[in-house]
Design a protein around this ligand. Sequence first.
Ligand SMILES: NC(=O)c1ccc[n+]([C@@H]2O[C@H](COP(=O)([O-])OP(=O)(O)OC[C@H]3O[C@@H](n4cnc5c(N)ncnc54)[C@H](OP(=O)(O)O)[C@@H]3O)[C@@H](O)[C@H]2O)c1
Length: 245
Amino acid sequence: MGTEGRTALVTGASSGIGAATVRSLASAGFEVVAAARRLERFEELAREVGGRALRLDVTDPESVTQLAEELPDLDVLVNNAGGAVGFETVGNADEEHWRRMYETNVMGVMRVTKALMPALERSGDAYIVVVGSVSGVEVYPRGGGYTAAKHAAHAVSRTLRLELLGKPIRVTEIAPGLVETEFSLVRFEGDAEKAARVYEGTMPLTAEDVADAVAYVVTRPPHVDIDYVSIKPTEQATARDVYRR
Ligand SMILES: NC(=O)c1ccc[n+]([C@@H]2O[C@H](COP(=O)([O-])OP(=O)(O)OC[C@H]3O[C@@H](n4cnc5c(N)ncnc54)[C@H](OP(=O)(O)O)[C@@H]3O)[C@@H](O)[C@H]2O)c1
């Protein structure tokens, strides 16, 4: 399928995997719409790739409605906005952290997908990508809030695949392992030392590695749906097993 004249929306485009996906989809020929809260962080990027930048908070229903009004035509939706906050055991869980993770990673995916479904239905050949995580199918100590949210996002993605069967809307979940982005800085609320330790002595994926996979998936012919992509660094076997020098 050619990409000319086709529009792709990437949420969480101000950083990491989202920003890299804006570039990879623009290189593949899509007209890209980049969206996130910190507009000033990606206006330049959108200009550079000949795309558009829109402010979006996936936790705010009004913001999502406004976004959908701006996009009557859409072919590809990349639900990437999300992340982790905190690193507590279940026994010591911070409710606000858990709520924020659920709001972005689960409710956000539902909200944006729901609002854009009419546009995707009009496309005639649409694609929904959910950037999940290895944490959508695995767990690790002190990761309960994040793994619960990503397990839920995994369930939403699988449900969409069933509900859209028979319609020309494909669904893929991309589930990365360790990717060096601002993810850990956000998780540890700005503590750069703690964030750096996550990647110490090992070689994580780059945001571009994941963005490459997104571009590959959405450029397959219309009869091909890559259901699920698990992508980890060579030095990571499971959510918990990471080789460190
Ligand atoms: N890095 C990893 O190891 C890893 C592994 C597996 C999966 N993932 C997933 O990959 C996705 C991207 O993460 P990343 O690694 O690229 O982290 P990142 O560099 O922290 O980027 C996260 C992006 O999400 C956006 N975002 C957060 N809350 C938002 C909200 N309420 N509304 C709109 N946008 C929001 C942020 O933009 P604003 O703050 O400007 O809104 C930012 O652009 C996330 O879903 C994450 O869970 C990451």
